[in-house]
Design a protein around this ligand. Structure first.
Ligand code: NDP
Length: 298
């Protein structure tokens, strides 16, 4: 039976570390890091994510702010609000909660966020630097939160340097999870394959992987017999399923089956999810340090 990787506890200790860094930064410079989220429309999941981000920011001593706009907001109005936050010296980290309503152009909105305040790491400059610098986490690059959290979980299990030379498979190539995950694994010297919906013989590719990251968005899609015995499995998926009139969350991996073969595996919920918010807070402190001309790591 696999080790169950406890994302809640690991995220909690990261949040505690962030709170200490916030206090230390404030004592040294008088600056309290600030995080602002722009929320467009009434999607309940987006509202719930943003509320959690704001609450956890506050708990870590970060000043949290949410700008709420109606679903039919004009692109010019959204850009004007993004510009205001971009120019506000009290806002060190800012994000626009995705997805946006269809009439808005995501790329131009993300490009309007100053790279040094881009705590989601989606600005083209941060994306480019993620792929080109030697160690993006140690350097002044803001790295997307979910893959950053996945990497921390992997290093928790495998130890520093533990990814070196390992065969890693990432299933899913989104800009938010799959691609930045591949970049981080590569930066840690893993041998990386990035799979997607056109990949042939996916089960075979999975069976070769010593490290498997699933970010597909399909409930229990990756079966137990696809897992290489002794693999480390990170399940990013969050899928709501209805069973016997009850709704519950499951990952992209058939957890029970996979846990029979894996050496270690993340549960859903309680694995990657809590790490994402904790990394957002860590990115906010990193952004504040970059803006203050301090080295990225405290
Ligand atoms: P996307 O829908 O943007 O991407 C899904 C990826 O999976 C695509 O690259 C797609 O391939 C690939 N895919 C779909 N079907 C198959 C298939 N049959 N075989 C192989 N690959 C396939 O999703 P996200 O990356 O945004 O999210 C993935 C999951 O992670 C979701 O469940 C989401 O809820 C969850 N998530 C969790 C977070 C957390 O904090 N825990 C944060 C972000 C996401 P193609 O490109 O070819 O279409």
């Amino acid at each position: 039976m696999a080790i169950i990787i406890d994302g809640r506890t690991i995220a909690q200790s990261l949040r505690r570390r962030v709170a200490e860094e916030v206090a230390e930064l404030q004592a040294r410079t008088g600056v309290r890091p600030g995080l602002a989220a722009v929320l467009v429309g009434d999607d309940p999941a987006s509202h719930s994510y943003v509320r959690t981000k704001e609450r956890m920011a506050r708990e870590a001593g970060i000043a949290g702010r949410v700008v709420t706009l109606p679903a039919d907001v004009a692109a010019e109005e959204l850009h004007a609000r993004v510009r205001e936050l971009a120019e506000d010296p009290g806002v060190h980290g800012m994000l626009v909660q995705l997805p946006l309503p269809r009439h808005l152009d995501v790329e131009s909105v993300l490009a309007a966020i100053p790279p040094q305040k881009d705590v989601d790491g989606f600005h083209p400059l941060n994306v480019g630097r993620l792929w080109s610098v030697r160690d993006p986490l140690a350097q002044d690059v803001l790295v997307p939160c979910t893959p950053q959290g996945c990497l921390m979980l992997l290093e928790e299990v495998l130890g520093p340097g533990g990814l070196r030379g390992r065969r890693a498979l990432v299933v899913g190539r989104s800009n938010i999870v799959g691609k930045p995950m591949a970049a981080l694994l590569l930066a840690r010297d893993a041998t990386v394959t990035l799979a997607h919906s056109r990949t042939r013989a996916l089960a075979e590719r999975c069976r070769e992987a010593e490290v498997l990251v699933a970010a597909v968005g399909r409930a229990e899609f990756i079966r137990g017999d696809w897992i290489r015995p002794g693999a480390v499995v990170i399940d990013v998926g969050i899928n709501r399923v209805e069973e016997a009139g009850r709704s519950r969350l499951v990952g992209d991996v058939a957890f029970r089956e996979a846990a029979e073969r894996a050496a270690a595996i993340t549960p859903v919920p309680g694995g990657v999810g809590p790490m994402t918010v904790a990394c957002l807070l860590a990115n906010t402190v990193k952004a504040a340090r970059i803006q203050l001309g301090l080295p990225p790591a405290g």
